[in-house]
Design a protein around this ligand. Structure first.
Ligand code: MN
Length: 447
């Protein structure tokens, strides 16, 4: 587990004014990582860290005299177009670079080392000028199904017997997803085709999805991996996690209902998955940990998924919000409209339990592997992390401010996720925005 240190001091400010503004996602206490370059340029992609309204170019910083030792080694690993090698360096390197960046960006650096401040200033690029790419070469992508509130509603709506699967309370369940269709925020994708069994019909038909949905999830990036055949103990699980982003697991519900049994989602999920550009590190998230618990009447975890320290601080309070911007709203310049809010604290299984369970049979995780947390829904209906849950599969369409209604997504709809952490005595930090847009299906002639 990560500890709270000087980099979490709520009183710390930066010499960069935009990092100190109230409500910024990226104060000096956050320092999330991404891969970027100037938009519409031929520049090489490289690692960067968000600070206020700027990106600190780590490739450029690695060429200055501002860093040495492990911090310099870590920054140079971030000069690559993907961060896999940096992730492989492990938690000591991540923490050392975070500490060094914090010191360089801190207000106090102006008096302590003015030449460093000038050098760092030359490594800043405005966030409004950059485009992002996937931060890592993702080897494998596993999507979990670990919110009991989501599972209860979805089972009622989708499963033949309406019940949450019997193993749900014992196993952090998951399926292996598709890597090639994962895109970074701004991803636009065609409404998928697939087979669906329509109400009242005895044979399936093939055509464009009619029940397109989003799933509000966290994207969990594996840092250092484990050898094939070696398990990761629960007490060490988070040493293998670099950080967290926002993830939209776009889902075709009509296709899913027909194809799910017996091997899980296929066409329903493999057409697009969108991740936010910024990865908030587990180090930055240290202040927002909470005790992990399970209702006393529920089965308690088997011993390999259970520990005292996990009970003490295994959960994370990450607040989340989903907004929609329909084509009509966009044309009328109406801002995206919030549809639901929840927190990851409600999740049935923790990140550490997902990592440990993933390796429990000897499966090797590798730097840059991506885990989807599973849809994050809270206990209240308004805390649902998918439109199908919010609108109860069309029985209670979501009413938007401009008079439009939504049971499922329509062509031209864009979905925005925001995430943030706040706790008294600490600075609020944010995840930035994850957004993606649905384009019309190809016509039959094109398909
Ligand atoms: Mn999912």
């Amino acid at each position: 587990m990560r500890t709270i240190d000087r980099t979490h001091d709520a009183a710390a400010t930066s010499w960069l004014a935009s990092a100190n503004t109230v409500g910024t996602d990226f104060p000096i206490q956050n320092l999330p990582f991404s891969v970027f370059r100037r938009a519409v340029s031929r520049e090489a992609l490289r690692g960067g860290v968000a600070i206020g309204g700027e990106v600190l170019d780590l490739a450029a910083l690695g060429r200055t005299q501002c860093l040495d030792g492990l911090a310099l080694q870590a920054a140079r690993a971030c000069a690559a177009p993907v961060l896999n090698d940096f992730f492989a360096l492990g938690p000591a390197a991540w923490r050392t670079l975070r500490g060094a960046l914090f010191d360089l960006l801190h207000e106090g650096a102006v008096a302590r080392s003015p030449s460093n401040v000038e050098a760092v200033r030359d490594c800043l690029v405005p966030q409004s000028d950059v485009e992002h790419a996937l931060p890592v070469r993702i080897g494998d992508y596993t999507d979990f199904y670990t919110s009991i509130h989501h599972a209860r509603t979805i089972s009622r709506l989708l499963s033949p017997n309406g019940e949450v699967p019997r193993n749900f309370q014992w196993v952090p369940t998951a399926y292996h997803g598709r890597v090639s269709s994962i895109g970074v925020a701004g991803q636009q994708f065609r409404r998928p085709y697939g087979q669906a069994l329509r109400d009242g019909s005895s044979t399936p038909e093939y055509g464009p999805c009619r029940q397109l949905d989003y799933e509000l999830e966290l994207g969990i990036y594996v840092g250092a991996g484990n050898a094939l055949g070696e398990r990761i103990a629960l007490s060490r699980a988070e040493d293998h996690v670099f950080g967290i982003s926002l993830l939209n697991d776009w889902s075709a519900r009509d296709i899913q209902a027909w194809e799910m049994a017996p091997l899980g989602p296929f066409h329903a999920k493999n057409f697009a998955t969108t991740v936010s550009p910024w990865i908030v590190t587990m180090d930055a998230l240290a202040p927002y940990r909470q005790p992990w618990s399970r209702p006393a009447a529920d089965p308690q975890p088997l011993p390999y998924l259970e520990s005292e320290s996990h009970r003490a601080e295994g959960a994370l309070d990450i607040r989340l919000e989903v907004s929609i911007e329909t084509r009509r709203m966009r044309d009328a310049r109406v801002p995206p409209e919030p549809m639901s809010r929840t927190t990851f604290h409600h999740h049935y299984w923790s990140i550490a339990q997902m990592v440990t369970h993933h390796t429990a049979g000897g499966c090797n995780l590798q730097p840059g592997d991506l885990l989807g947390s599973g849809t994050i829904s809270g206990p209240e209906p308004a805390e649902a992390g998918a439109l199908m849950e919010l609108a109860l599969a069309g029985r209670k369409p979501v009413q938007l401010g401009n008079g439009e209604r939504r049971s499922f997504l329509e062509d031209g709809d864009a979905i925005f996720f925001r995430g943030w952490c706040e706790r008294e005595g600490f600075r609020r930090i944010g995840f930035g925005v994850n957004h993606g847009m649905v384009l019309p299906a190809l016509s039959e002639a094109e398909a």
